[in-house]
Ligand binder design. Sequence first.
Ligand SMILES: Cc1cc2nc3c(=O)[nH]c(=O)nc-3n(C[C@H](O)[C@H](O)[C@H](O)COP(=O)(O)OP(=O)(O)OC[C@H]3O[C@@H](n4cnc5c(N)ncnc54)[C@H](O)[C@@H]3O)c2cc1C
Length: 440
Amino acid sequence: MKRVTILGAGLAGCEAALQLARRGITVTLVEAKPEKIEPAVYHLDGPAELVCSNSLKSESNATPSYLLKEECRVAGSLLLQVADSVKVPAGESLAVDRNRFSEATLGLIAAETGITYIRNTIVDSIEALRERFPADLYIVATGPLTGPSLLASISADNHYFYDAIAPIVSAEGLDLTKLFWADRYNKGLPDFLNCALTQPEYDRFIDALLAADKLPYADHEKPQFFDRCMPIETMAERGRETLSFGPFRPVGFFVEGKRPHAVMQLRVENAQRSAFNIVGCQTRMRHHAQREVFRLLPGLENAEFLRYGSVHRNSYINAPELLADGWNLLKHPDTYVAGQLSGIEGYGESIFSGLYTALTIVARFEEKKVPLLPVATMSGGLLRKLRTKAPHFAPVNANFSVIENPTRLMKRDRKLFYVTDGIRQFRDWWNGSAAFLSLP
Ligand SMILES: Cc1cc2nc3c(=O)[nH]c(=O)nc-3n(C[C@H](O)[C@H](O)[C@H](O)COP(=O)(O)OP(=O)(O)OC[C@H]3O[C@@H](n4cnc5c(N)ncnc54)[C@H](O)[C@@H]3O)c2cc1C
């Protein structure tokens, strides 16, 4: 019997567990929840929790995140199937009802007789994992909040960056007479609630934001943010208009025939439309300050906060130094690292990582290797990036800079070409040299 123990039932851990079990491999999936992991970012007791945004990013056919998702779909990603089945309206993005996403994933896990799902168990070193849950191979998929002792057992050479989450407010607290449903450039259905700001309203918000009471960083920690996750106040500190060119950009919106100075967007959180995420407003303001500052926005005067924004230290390993070709640890060849901890960033990327790790293990059990992915595919590009040594290795997410596909096409056509050709090349790879990895 082939046995794999997976630590962490997050996005990567669940995808890997399901992929392995469906190929007849016996899996023990060990998860801390409902035991609490610090800092308190996880709120659901179930597996595969989307911790911040409920969006798995764009489904627009000229974007890097769409290319990655499509490649995962070709390879039979089960979590993307779940996501597609519980999606909520979000314009051109794939957003999901996070509770239903977690419940449906739990349903798939429970239906697999080959998976033993052990909850309420924190394991704090690779050695303890081996001792308590012996198997042929192991996957550590404990995510960006992996504790210090587990990290130390993987390597002394760990990195971190700060990540931030945006607040969620209830629908009841919103004044719909001041907000409007619309999608940027009127593309698709109007799935976002928007708040248009005049210059004086924007200035009042920025003044309050800059003056607001914020949580300090620990003395020994030098904040370094992944660009897309920068707290809103840090953006404002870089320049008063940074937000109006960033998350509050008004392009594509018209109110009474004019473009507003800025537009703050609220994205639907669940199928009932009872909760909204304040898009791009991740913050380290203290809770009382979040209430004061966000309630200055027109339509949010009585906003009820279902979840406050926060900032967390995220850990990741120096993948190019620590991982071997198959994404297992050079120091512990029977142990793989998957998900955000392995040096990638994002929900889609973590699902891909779980999927790819499972395929690597399937190949290894058959005494084969996963064939090299084309460099024009997003998966191939991400893997190559993770294997490229760099003086300051930073987590990598799906973006067109990681792929190689020479073309003379102009910008918009080029992106579409990258995506269509990337999917074509991935499909050829999957149906060709990688066909032995398909589900039976
Ligand atoms: C605060 C925050 C906000 C984020 N927001 C976004 C976002 O909006 N969009 C986006 O694309 N990405 C976001 N990310 C980044 C990343 O995509 C997610 O963290 C993603 O969930 C990572 O997937 P994963 O499978 O690696 O880990 P996770 O999904 O975090 O799963 C790890 C699991 O391991 C368990 N675990 C941890 N330690 C142990 C242990 N010692 N023993 C047993 N179990 C353990 C945890 O309980 C958890 O269930 C965010 C990350 C953080 C921390």
